[in-house]
Design a protein around this ligand. Structure first.
Ligand SMILES: *[C@@H]1O[C@H](CO)[C@@H](O)[C@H](O)[C@H]1NC(C)=O
Ligand SMILES: *[C@@H]1O[C@H](CO)[C@@H](O)[C@H](O)[C@H]1NC(C)=O
Ligand SMILES: [Zn+2]
Length: 602
């Protein structure tokens, strides 16, 4: 792992330069040109004055530099925390909180920052909490592509090793690799996973399970509740994805078999909850009993932009985060080991896949709030710890400007357009479908148009100037370009926000941390695997030992490497590439790629 100089390393340049270039600086201060030629003779008095002035200047600069350095050190260090640096190891009881902002690229921050300033009337230099903790960047490629998916991305974090797109903590040779969560569990730490999508989705899956392809979510669910070579490794799970835990004989199931994983989880000791009311019964974690399994949605928890209208049904990411931290802190109160938790802002990625900028800024704001809650926890909790936050990749190829015409564009994008939206494109798509399949089926085109304009575009997106062509395109959609893409495009164009893809992109993503003192190895530009290595190193756990234990078994528990076990009807809504890759003819591309005579898209 490359070790970079910590940001706080003393810098030497200021004093030296002020001595070396005293005359230039003098000139800068007085606004006079420096005289260097011999023919200008000066008396001793003059040179004494210059000497005294220079001495005073150097002394002042030195005092200021020292004062700033001291103050900075005081602000960024907790005296109680164990110190470590190059060649050292963190010691004592400690916690690791790892946050993943799935699909959040640098532009997501710019967009959200400006959106927040506008919506709350804040000054132009107001920043997100994340902005104040930016320490580095991560290079995200996988072994199979320059553009990673979340599975390979999270395997880099969990195992500290790169693998192929689709791999859930298995390597390119389809053997399992031990994860930091499993190693932490074996070392006596408590462990947790908090997400806003399915708890069986790629990012959480990579910490507590191993399968050859991310689509094997039934298997992932089984391993997460303890049907795993190492037994139960997770103490707390909060999120969505209930459908993979319910037997296929039950309403709301998406399992391929009739196993009742809720029953099996309870037999393994889990306390299972599934409603907002039961979540509230945890008293933000004070009354939580581990192991705990909380599944609050069949699949995804709604986007924050939609969830805020139904707060009595679903907890927010911040609420789940605070609950989990309190529960884990309480559970490790009398232990000499702390906890490891992974908290994911899962649906920033989904908003990127949907190219929905209004949904995205609310997802990023919710993530920023959860990040702030973790900082507050670290400040208040008696056990020291570190918070590291990064993304697995960027999604959407988001751009904070968009050229809409042939004529040269104005320099602007318009956050006020996003501020008028009250719902996501995904929500409006569902409403549209409900209408067109129901009451609107028999309506004539004029009535349908009027409904879409008033109830969906105006009420949902705050848009009252849609053209007939736009409205009609929402009625006559084709399956590969669904209505949510069109809603999202309607708002993106008006906000002058650009997108280059409905998939992921290869841009470096940001790394954030509670302090550079603890996360010093992650300062600067890194491979994503360095983040994984840091987590294991800070916890001082041995993932290679876990790999050895896992590889002692034959690999038949990982699912078919080629996808023979994939059930086509249960495919991930947000990752259409699998529909193409595995179900062959499903995807019919009706548009030319405009990229030469060969079709490069396949
Ligand atoms: C439910 O699962 C059982 C196997 O556990 C299978 O035999 C059956 O076909 C499944 N039913 C449906 C409707 O998928
Ligand atoms: C590997 O882990 C096992 C189980 O926790 C432990 O018993 C063993 O001592 C570990 N081996 C090494 C070399 O750390
Ligand atoms: Zn994605």
């Amino acid at each position: 792992m490359p070790r970079e100089e910590p940001l706080l390393a003393p810098r030497q340049s200021s004093e030296h330069s002020s001595i070396r270039h005293e005359d230039e600086e003098d000139a800068l201060l007085t606004g006079e040109r420096v005289a260097r030629s011999d023919d200008q003779r000066r008396g001793w008095g003059f040179w004494r004055q210059i000497g005294l002035f220079t001495w005073a200047l150097v002394a002042t600069v030195a005092v200021i530099v020292l004062a700033v350095a001291y103050q900075h050190k005081r602000l960024t260090q907790h005296d109680s925390q164990p110190t470590w640096g190059p060649g050292g190891k963190p010691t004592g009881k400690r916690n690791v909180i790892f946050m993943v902002s799935d699909g959040m690229g640098p532009t997501s921050l710019s967009l959200t920052r400006s959106f927040r300033q506008l919506e709350l009337g804040l000054p132009p230099d107001d920043t997100l909490v994340l902005d104040q903790h930016h320490i580095g960047t991560s290079r995200t490629r996988s072994t199979s592509s320059l553009v990673t998916d979340s599975a390979a991305g999270a395997t880099a974090f969990s195992c500290g090793i790169k693998s192929y797109n689709g791999a859930i903590s298995v390597l390119s040779d389809h053997s399992p690799c031990g994860t930091v969560l499993e190693a932490a569990h074996q070392a006596g730490y408590k462990t947790g996973l908090v997400v806003t999508t399915r708890i069986t989705d790629a990012t959480p899956a990579c910490f507590a399970s191993h399968v050859n392809l991310r689509q094997y979510e039934d298997r992932i669910a089984e391993q997460e509740i303890g049907d795993h070579p190492l037994g139960r490794v997770v103490d707390l799970m909060l999120g969505g994805g209930r459908c993979h835990f319910l037997p296929n004989t039950t309403e709301g199931s998406c399992r391929g078999d009739d196993r009742d994983l809720i029953k099996e989880a309870e037999a393994n000791g889990f306390h299972y909850i599934h409603s907002r009311k039961q979540f509230d019964g945890l008293s933000m974690g004070k009354d939580a009993k581990l192991p705990l399994l909380g599944l609050f949605a069949e699949r995804d928890i709604p986007y924050e932009i939609d969830r805020r209208h139904v707060e009595d049904e679903y907890p927010s990411l911040e609420e789940m985060t605070r609950t989990a931290l309190t529960a884990l802190s309480k559970a490790t109160e009398h232990s000499d080991k702390g906890f490891f938790i992974m908290i994911e802002g899962s649906r920033i990625d989904h908003a990127g896949h949907g190219n929905d900028p209004a949904a995205q800024v609310h997802e990023v704001l919710a993530y920023d709030k959860a990040f702030a809650a973790v900082l507050k926890f670290l400040e208040e909790d008696s056990t020291p710890g570190v918070l590291v936050s990064t993304s697995d990749h960027e999604t959407g190829g988001l751009a904070a400007a968009r050229q809409l015409h042939k004529s040269y564009p104005d320099y602007k994008w318009l956050p006020e357009v996003l501020a008028k939206a009250s719902h996501s494109s995904e929500y409006l798509h569902a409403k549209l479908k409900e209408y067109l399949d129901g009451k609107g089926k028999k309506d004539d085109r004029a009535t349908q148009r009027a409904y879409i304009r008033k109830q969906l575009l105006e009420k949902g997106l705050g848009i009252d100037d849609a053209t007939d062509a736009e409205v009609d395109s929402l009625i006559e959609t084709d399956p590969v370009w669904p209505a949510n893409y069109i809603f999202a495009d309607i708002i993106s164009r008006r906000a002058q926000v650009g997108w280059t893809t409905h998939g992921h992109s290869a841009v470096d993503v940001n790394i954030y941390a509670s302090s550079t003192k603890d996360a010093w190895p992650l300062v600067g530009n890194h491979e994503n695997t360095d983040v994984g290595a840091f987590l294991a190193e800070y916890l001082d756990v041995d993932v290679r030992n876990v790999t050895k234990q896992l590889q002692q078994r034959s690999n038949d528990w990982l699912g078919d490497p080629l996808g023979a076990d994939v059930r086509v009807d249960q495919l991930d809504t947000y990752h259409g590439e699998f529909k193409r890759g595995l179900a062959g003819s499903y995807f019919i591309d009706s548009m030319s790629c405009g990229c030469g005579s060969t079709d490069h898209s396949h």
